[in-house]
Write a protein that binds this ligand. Structure first.
Ligand code: DGJ
Length: 761
């Protein structure tokens, strides 16, 4: 709900309040963001207290407001030049290098829903309301519109801004933020999700200290270096307790996050399009709208804020015919074949996949044009008939005949020099005239700001997608360089990187409309462009090329911090793993991959009958619990004995994953499972999923294990016990004998427990 009275604005979700007001100088002042409190302006006055703090050598508003020091005011959208010397939400030049702005209240409106719901903008629901606050500069005809859209059930507030130029001369935007949040103190830890190829979204936690912590992407895409998702958490907060605020941008291009601790102990948070190389000229009457930013506050741990993100993305970001539907278990050809593709081999793969219970066969890179390795072929979206003589439609019919869906890989934004497309249109790549462009993976980027490029792609991809395609994996394998566009519609190269992303969105929207039934998965060298912007056009994302069990724990943990499990695609791959050569058991890899959207990516033809049967049992188990795995509520459980415990809760069950990185010996204790959210007055049945132990993992001892009497683990306990005391899990092998009921958990292993919610007292 959003209410206003006497210049005060109260924005409320089920559990949170956001309060701002127009202060005595006409500026929009931030008052509060946190657990829900009342809506009484008089009471709220005491939150920031009287204006009676003097700042030595500070610039103040005017002689009538000698206690008004902009550098110490919590503002809603800070502009430079009038005393607030902290990081600015907006920097815009309006001639002769002038950047000083003084935006003050002009008008506001509160309305149901929101103005824009066209992707990537979030959708609106029945309870969605928006506050639109218009601020105008005191001297120039420049207006800033701030949008606050509330999603009460999800405890999410969506933020964005739009800047309008009413002046006769141009206004050039250099920095423009989607979100500014000023907080009264800086006693926070900052959690960011960082990495590189094959180690995406690894969580980093650090205490805020003096100055600005800033991170973002200048790669042209969201990047795996730093996600635009981040959290502030009180130093004593963890997954299950304490205060945390999550932030994220619905945007797929360069972004910048700044978290500043001021000299007076306040904290300013800004999420923006990255100012790196960005400049955007607005002529009279033109406006610029920022991407939308999501904010979610939790007073009961980081997991609760993540749950707000998951619910929000499911209801308001994801859209289309796959929204809310269970996603098929797939086999992807990449790590099985790389570029070595034949029609006959593909059919054998698909047939084995069907036998093992999979539902979708995905033909990855190497099926088109001259693409026999990664130096050629990109851009020519026509089947290579030397490799697939009967064509895509024929292949698709055969695969459909096996009861499988058929999917295909494309990388539309790229071109190889060795391609028909480049021979015809060298001017379509992003390159600076007179300068040799920098390659990445031997390829170059098509200028997506150009409508002719998008038209070509729309046509050639439509031809492919009309050949019996049920699923598309949309890849993007290099970062941007040589920022120049030959598109005459651009006023300067400073527009290129944002216009590129807008062009990409336009193409994806067109294809989505034309092929509403296709299941789309985004990918960018693994998870280099993993963001809510992509999720508003595509149904799910390839998380990382790294499928090693141990590395994947951090990657999936970081991804789940902000993204729902149905969007997080995980593949069971080969052992030794192709990224780090680590060995792990097939059922151990399955355990982690099942926590999300399951697929396989290995040479299934190399597996013996036992391997196929193990996978068949995995897919059977996964499908029986798929709704929980893909749409359940993810939470961390208390770790124990060095092991991690993850849970995912569906309407009638909770599935628990125990993850062991290292097998400890002679610890003398059972591992303990505690489920803090188990309900009092309810009974729970806990069963272990029996694992197939791979001979690789156990070497000589496997015979002993195989011979041992297996004791299924199945108990029923009260919610009180499960929540407070926890239960002792079956003993793990730790240096002493194989005897009845011992669980074998080697290094890098997982174990799954299914907890069924039984009746209430
Ligand atoms: C990078 C992706 O992340 C991989 O899964 C695979 O599709 C390759 N590209 C193919 O070139």
């Amino acid at each position: 709900m959003i209410t206003s009275a006497g210049g005060w604005f109260f924005i409320e979700t089920a559990k949170t309040s956001y309060i701002l007001r127009i202060d005595e100088t006409g500026h929009a002042e931030h008052i509060y963001y946190g657990s829900r409190i009342g809506r009484d302006p008089e009471e709220a006055e005491c939150i920031n207290g009287p204006r009676d703090v003097k700042i030595g050598d500070g610039t103040y508003q005017d002689e009538d407001n000698q206690f008004y020091f902009p550098s110490n005011i919590m503002s809603e959208y800070a502009a430079p030049g009038r005393g607030d010397t902290r990081e600015a939400a907006i920097i815009a030049e309006y001639g002769n290098g002038l950047i000083t702005l003084d935006p003050v209240y002009s008008s506001h409106s509160i309305y149901k829903g929101k103005k824009c719901t066209e992707a990537p903008a979030a959708l609106s629901g029945e309870e969605t309301e928006t506050l639109e606050l218009v601020l105008t500069d005191t001297a120039e005809d420049i207006a800033i519109r701030l949008f606050y859209t509330v999603y009460p059930e999800e405890d999410v507030i969506l933020r964005s801004a739009s800047i309008e130029n009413g002046m006769d001369r141009p206004l050039t935007l250099r920095t423009v933020s989607s979100l500014q949040l000023d907080l009264p103190d800086a006693e926070w830890d900052l959690l960011t999700f960082d990495g590189a190829w094959a180690r995406e979204r690894n969580e980093t936690r650090r205490r805020l200290s003096a100055g600005t912590a800033s991170f973002g992407s200048t790669l042209g895409f969201t990047s795996s270096e730093h996600s635009s998702l981040f959290f502030l958490a009180r130093p004593d907060a963890d997954d299950r307790h304490g205060t945390a605020i999550g932030f994220g941008l619905i945007y797929s291009g360069n972004h910048l996050e700044r978290i500043e601790t001021s000299p007076f102990g306040k904290c300013r948070v800004l999420s923006s399009i990255n100012q790196y190389g960005f400049s955007w000229e607005l002529r009279k009457g033109e406006s610029f709208s920022t991407p939308e930013a999501v904010m979610a506050f939790s007073s009961s741990g980081i997991d609760e804020a993540s749950w707000s993100f998951h619910r929000f993305i499911k209801r308001y970001v994801s859209r289309g015919s796959w929204c809310g539907r269970e996603r098929p278990v797939l086999l992807n050809s990449w790590e099985a074949t790389y570029f070595d593709i034949t029609e006959e081999k593909l059919l054998r793969f698909a047939s084995k996949a069907a036998e093992a219970g999979m539902e979708l066969f995905v033909l990855d890179d190497g099926w088109y044009g001259r693409r026999t390795d990664d130096t050629r072929g990109l851009g020519d979206w026509k089947v290579n008939t030397e490799r697939i003589p009967h064509g895509l439609r024929w292949l698709s019919d055969r695969i459909h005949g096996m009861g499988l869906m058929f999917g295909i890989w494309v990388e539309p934004e790229m071109v190889s020099i060795d391609s028909e497309l480049y021979e015809r249109h060298p001017e379509w790549i992003i390159a600076i005239p007179g300068r040799k462009p920098a390659p990445g993976r031997h390829q170059y980027i098509l200028d997506m700001s150009r409508s002719d490029v998008r038209e070509y792609l729309m046509q050639s991809l439509s031809d492919v997608f009309s050949s019996g395609i049920d699923y598309v994996k949309w890849d993007c394998n290099r970062n941007m360089s040589d920022y120049f566009s030959s598109n005459p519609e651009l006023r300067s190269c400073g527009e290129l990187m944002h216009r590129y992303i807008l062009g990409l969105y336009d193409l994806m929207a067109g294809l989505r409309e034309r092929f509403p039934g296709i299941l789309f998965e985004f990918c960018a060298s693994g998870g280099n462009r993993y963001d809510m912007g992509m999720l508003s056009f595509m149904d799910q994302g390839w998380t990382s090329d790294n499928t090693d069990l141990l590395h994947r724990i951090a990657i999936q943990h970081g991804t789940l911090r902000g993204f729902p499990p149905y969007a997080m695609c995980n593949h069971v791959s080969a052992s030794p793993n192709h990224q780090c050569l680590r060995i792990s058991g097939l059922d151990d890899r399955f355990g982690l991959a099942a926590f999300g959207n399951l697929g396989y990516e290995l040479d299934i033809l190399a597996l013996d009958e036992d391997g196929i049967e193990t996978i068949r049992q995995q897919t059977e188990f996964y499908k029986a619990h798929r709704k929980t795995f893909q749409y359940g509520r993810f939470r961390h459980l208390p770790p124990d004995g060095g092991n991690l415990f993850w849970s995912i809760e569906g309407s009638d069950e909770i599935i628990v994953l125990e993850i062991q990185s290292r097998c400890d010996v002679n610890t003398g204790r059972h591992h303990r499972l505690v489920v803090p959210f188990a309900e009092s007055g309810r009974e729970y049945r806990i069963e272990r999923r029996e694992k197939h132990i791979s001979p690789d993992a156990l070497g000589d001892s496997c015979g002993k294990y195989e011979a041992m009497e297996k004791k299924p683990f199945r108990i029923t306990v009260s919610g009180d016990i499960l929540r407070s005391a926890g239960i002792a899990l079956p003993v793990t092998f730790m240096g002493r004998g194989f005897y009845s009921g011992v669980r074998v958990m080697c290094d890098n292993s997982t174990d799954i427990f299914v907890i069924t919610k039984l009746g209430r007292d």
